[in-house]
Design a protein around this ligand. Structure first.
Ligand code: ATP
Length: 323
């Protein structure tokens, strides 16, 4: 293993920089050269490679976003695009690629490995959604739930002052992890997530109770992917049923992706970046690396993309009682 490329792909997440830094510093320790690829898989196709040295990763562990930029690449989904990527990797004598991203990034890695097995791949879980199999937590998730929690706390102050009902939409296209945790932590009166069918009837029951005494703030946290529709559609439904209530919608959106990573995310990203280089040195390849029950865990891409982490049923039960 003489030369490794590292890239960040798909939606950015806080902690990606800490992972890049850990890869570069560990590789430096073992005298392995590192090239950064700008803009994820699109950069592989365009050949935007830059040598990464210690100076380049100095002072980035605390920064959100990614110094390598990220992208969603339609061309990488085509055989022709991947062939171009392969040619650029050959031209730069790259032995292995470390890709930090989510489910889509792992899918791209799996397809590429099957077509060009001579280049080793390692995937690191970089997504705020925490929906990746093979790791208890993804890089960026802890920061995102803390950001969402702080935002909901602020909303509660104003909701309480004017007895308003707020619907707060958080990220999570297919998964309710952010909604569930930030909802529990902020004491939300209701949480709607795609994984739980019981949420809406429970919300309606809670609103019947509120109708008897609307002199309180009421916060509903909704995952953006919840099947009952967008937060605005939910507002319309509730407003129709309770026309006299002051109901507001806040979509937290991309502010959940930004900001300095939390301590937990910086440490996780550092451990996984380090583990990626260690794995390649041991000849381990074509796996996603995560942490399960405090141990480093390798999951073949095939398996990682077929499965999804389940919502902890104990947290759902907790919510039922505490909300
Ligand atoms: P996030 O979960 O944060 O959105 P992600 O990695 O899932 O991150 P995607 O945009 O879904 O983000 O995927 C990243 C990139 O992976 C895509 O832009 C595309 O280049 C590549 N990719 C996704 N699916 C495939 C596929 N079936 N074949 C080849 N490449 C793919």
């Amino acid at each position: 293993m003489k030369r490794v490329a590292v890239l960040t792909s798909g939606g950015d997440s806080p902690g990606m920089n800490a992972a890049i830094r850990a890869v570069v510093k560990t590789a430096y320790f073992y005298q392995i050269e590192v090239f950064g690829v700008l803009r994820g898989y699109e950069g592989l196709i365009q050949g935007t490679f830059e040598p990464l040295n210690l100076e380049r990763v100095h002072n980035i562990i605390h920064r959100g976003g990614t110094i390598l930029k990220s992208a969603r690449s339609e061309r990488f989904k085509t055989e022709e695009g991947r062939k171009q990527a392969y040619e650029h990797l050959l031209k730069h004598n790259i032995d292995a690629v470390i890709a930090v991203g989510g489910d889509g990034t792992y899918t791209g890695a799996k397809v590429f490995c099957e077509e060009f097995p001579e280049i080793a791949w390692i995937g690191l879980p970089g997504t705020i959604d925490n929906d990746l199999y093979g790791t208890d937590f993804t890089i960026g998730y802890d920061t995102a739930i803390n950001t969402a929690m702080e935002a909901i706390d602020r909303i509660r102050d104003t909701a309480d002052a004017l007895n308003r009902l707020f619907i707060v939409e958080v990220m999570g296209r297919d998964a309710g992890f952010i909604a569930l945790r930030s909802g529990i932590a902020s004491g939300a009166e209701a949480v709607l997530i795609p994984e739980s069918k019981a949420d809406l009837p429970r919300l309606l029951r809670r609103l019947e109770q509120r109708a008897k005494n609307p002199e309180h703030a009421f916060i509903v946290v909704v995952a953006e992917g919840d099947e009952i529709g967008s937060s605005l559609a939910l507002k319309q439904k509730l407003q129709y049923k309770y026309p006299r209530w002051d109901i507001r919608v806040v979509v937290l959106g991309h502010l959940q992706r930004g900001g300095a990573p939390t301590c937990a995310d910086r440490v996780l990203a550092s451990e996984l970046g380090f583990a990626a280089v260690e794995a390649l040195r041991k000849g381990i390849k074509n796996v996603a690396i995560g942490k399960v029950h405090k141990e480093i865990h390798y999951t073949p891409f095939e398996q990682a993309i077929k499965h999804h982490n389940d919502i902890n049923p104990n947290l759902l039960r907790l919510l039922e009682i505490l909300a």
